[in-house]
Write a protein that binds this ligand. Structure first.
Ligand code: ATP
Ligand code: MG
Length: 542
């Protein structure tokens, strides 16, 4: 199999050496929030690698921290994965393995490799040492096996209060790797678990539970992000010392970071709770449910993940690069249509009745064909497509100037009619009958083409446009509240072709010269919600 990243290099080598025969991965979210674009990278990697090698990928809910986890999140995560089109082999929860994990802890105690410690969390962290100094051994480190077994049993039976005692692995307080300095592997915690209820009052720590769960599932490659690199020795220690039959391997890769957005569940949750946004699925959110609601095609997200690839070095991706893939996809798949956000009335004084024009449904899709649009004496154009005081090289409409109406005629502005307050009320124009699109014999050369809608048939449309959630591009360090863009939704009450009112709810369109929009039917009210603008800020280097 040709390799496209270092993980596949490793797998190819192992397959060649016969170390593995089937590739089995897992996607391991903690059900404490909704998935975001970063998770998409992990999803594409885990599901994609399994698929490429004809193996399996499990969905594994890492629910070892009951105070933050909810069934609502479990369901949302499943829906997001299905949206991306991935099919998991089996679903497992860390909590399904609580009994096995407990037994493994007991085995460590029996083997003299774990002990119950009475130090408080503060004391443990104060005696852990530093990068340059070793830690201090706990005074409880040399308890007998019998004493440890009895105390651990007591922890499980609820004899101790939260934080009163912990179980620690007995490894090496002088290890250069701080994670190996007698790490806590079980704690007392009274919290109702979303699946096991109140059955347990002790919960295993992630570093202890994860390798055991991987092993129980038959996972061969446990792919995780770089911050777990320092945890790998502990992962391997657990695998080697708990007597698990099947031995998985942890491999780390770089997280995805994107400019102008926040990408950690903790921060995203804050945005929702503090009402910066209207929920996890707000179209400005980088969550998968937000992207789906925005109208971003799942395939464009997968294409993006494939393009950024997998590496061992953390980096930050420009949001424009992601948008490039959305445009790229919709350019081929979205029908064209016309709508104006700030309507300016145009009366074509020398036009009568109604005429039908052929409108190219999608010039990039040969099979898409055409549909009819109608034109009549009164139209709306975009307010910004007319200028009373045009700068040089202004190719849109100006007094006594010509412009082409998309798929229709060239018109000339003869007169500007002002309202009582000096505002432009309407433009009175004439058309060039011989300039009809597709059959233009007028000989008039115009550089500007503008979009329009027929005033006689158009419908009201609410047009929503979005800015980024963060004002500046830099990926946030800690505090983002001062960097929030508090004005990131712009609503316009415009006019749209009647075709859009009849289109399928949720379908996407390229509104000519504006961008890609999703049609939303809000109780019969037409809303056109921006997916991405047309302006490509990203120069794809070929
Ligand atoms: P957060 O910090 O947002 O809570 P997390 O890493 O705690 O993220 P998990 O639910 O534990 O979220 O993540 C599930 C999987 O997705 C993990 O393997 C994790 O490494 C991966 N993942 C999370 N965020 C990213 C990201 N930005 N880029 C790549 N992979 C990610
Ligand atoms: Mg996490």
């Amino acid at each position: 199999m040709e390799s496209v990243n270092f993980i596949e290099d490793i797998i190819n080598e192992e397959l060649a050496e016969g170390k593995v025969t089937t590739v089995h991965t897992r996607f391991p979210p903690e059900p404490n929030g909704y998935l975001h674009i970063g998770h998409a990278k992990s999803l594409c990697l885990n599901f994609g690698t399994a698929e490429k090698y004809g193996g399996m990928c499990n969905l594994f809910f890492d629910d070892t921290n009951p105070s933050k986890e909810k069934t609502e999140y479990v369901e949302a995560i499943k829906a997001d994965i299905e949206w991306l089109g991935f099919k998991w082999y089996e679903v497992h929860y860390a909590s399904d393995f609580f009994d096995v994990i407990y037994e493994k802890a007991v085995k460590l105690i029996k083997d003299g490799k774990a002990f119950v410690c009475d130090l408080s969390a503060e004391e443990i962290s104060a005696t852990r040492g530093t990068l340059t100094e070793p830690g201090k051994e706990s005074p409880y480190r040399n308890r007998t096996v019998e004493e440890n077994l009895a105390l651990f049993e007591g922890m499980k039976e609820g004899k101790y209060s939260d934080g009163e005692k912990v179980l620690r692995a007995k490894i090496d307080m002088a290890s250069p790797n701080i994670n190996m300095r007698d790490p806590v592997i079980y704690r007392v915690l009274r919290a109702t678990h979303h699946r096991t209820g109140d059955k347990w009052c002790i919960y295993p720590m992630y570093d202890f539970a994860h390798p055991i769960c991987d092993s129980c599932q038959g996972v061969t490659h446990s792919l995780c992000t770089l911050e777990f690199e320092d945890h790998r020795p502990l992962y391997n220690w657990v695998v080697e010392n708990t007597g698990v039959e099947h031995k998985p391997r942890q491999i780390e890769f770089a997280r995805l970071n994107i400019t102008n957005t926040v990408m950690s569940k903790r921060y995203l949750k804050k945005l929702v709770e503090e009402k910066f946004v209207n929920g996890w699925d707000d179209p400005r959110m980088p969550t998968l449910t937000g992207l789906r609601n925005r109208g971003v095609p799942a395939q464009s997200l997968k294409n993006f993940c494939e393009a950024i690839g997998i590496s061992k070095a953390n980096s930050e991706i420009e949001i424009g690069y992601f948008e490039h893939f959305i445009r790229d996809y919709l350019n081929i798949h979205a029908e064209r249509a016309m709508a104006v956000e700030k309507p300016l009335k145009v009366v074509i004084t020398d036009f009568s009745g109604s005429e039908e024009e052929d409108f190219d449904v999608n010039p990039n899709d040969e099979t898409a064909g055409t549909r009819k649009i109608t034109m009549s004496k009164e139209l709306y154009i975009e307010e910004d497509d007319f200028s009373l005081d045009p700068p040089p090289k202004y190719y849109r409409l100006k007094k006594d100037g010509y412009v082409r109406l998309k798929n229709a005629y060239i018109i000339k502005c003869d007169e500007v009619v002002f309202g009582e307050n000096g505002e432009i009320k309407e433009l009175r124009c004439s058309h060039v009958p011989s300039s009809r699109s597709g059959n233009d014999t007028s000989g008039i050369k115009v550089k500007g083409v503008i979009h329009w809608v027929n005033a006689a048939t158009c419908v009201d449309a609410e047009i929503r446009k979005y800015d980024y959630l963060l004002k500046d591009a830099q990926y946030p360090g800690q505090d983002f509240s001062e960097r929030m863009n508090t004005n990131s939704v712009h609503v316009f009450y415009g006019k749209a072709e009647p075709y859009l009112a009849g289109a399928k709810d949720g379908s996407s369109f390229q509104l000519m010269r504006k961008g890609y929009y999703k049609k939303v039917n809000d109780n019969g009210r037409l809303i056109l919600s921006e997916i991405v603008s047309l302006k490509d800020t990203f120069n794809v280097k070929k």
